[in-house]
Ligand binder design. Sequence first.
Ligand SMILES: [Zn+2]
Length: 287
Amino acid sequence: MSDQVSRRRRAAPAALLLLVPLLAFIPAASAPIAAAPALPAGARGLWPGESVTVRGTRSVIIGQAAPAAPISSASSVSPAELARLADTAALRVGTVLGEPVRPLVVVPASAAEAARLAGTGPIEGLAALADGDRVLVVPEVFARLNPTGRDVVLAHELTHVAAGTDRLPVWLYEGFADYVGYRDSGLPVRTAAAELADEVRAGRLPAALPGPAAFAADGSDPARLARAYQEAWLACRFLADRFGEGTLVRLYREARVDGADRALAGLGLSTATLTARWRAYVREQLA
Ligand SMILES: [Zn+2]
């Protein structure tokens, strides 16, 4: 699963721009192009040369048309397919957040172009990343994911974009994004958290919620990185299981305003008591 969960965490603004209000309930095939509103800032001036724009029922996909690496080639995913996937992800994320989510997905022709657009250094192994008000797809890596992996990755990154990450501890925003990403995946916990399950079965429980160092995507320890996401996911999954999904969403929003400590205190938890209960949950779920 590590390939499926390779993603870059990236700060994102609180709200995704409302892109296509007029088209929200109109199937893509009948979308009246003349009525389409102007593209948002994150979709303009991306690259020299041609772009391909596809509007889904909720999403807008901007693809780079590059002769050397056509976005419709077998090594990539077509903008029309991405629109379908992004519409599904938007529905899933919007259901959890309780608000409409309208993704802007940018699909450059290559990982190199994605790295240039992201401006954050190497993005090796990443399938997609949240970048401001948009999701950037890394075409070669994304195309290698299986259908479940594509759904999980898009919902994960779209959660970052739609819910924001500012002021939050990394375990909370990565765990929340994976909570939404895996929520409807149908994957068993032991499958989605395979690396962590191996550790638990070997008698090693994580001692603390994963911090920034555990999420370092420098390629030095892919298994540790995978476990960091899984640990964070199970912390949020525990909160949803124990207190309800609505409470998890409220906690997330309160934490963005007041900080995680105060938000947790509203549930009678401290980081220490959450950690203890999360460790017991990890053992119960994976042992
Ligand atoms: Zn993430």
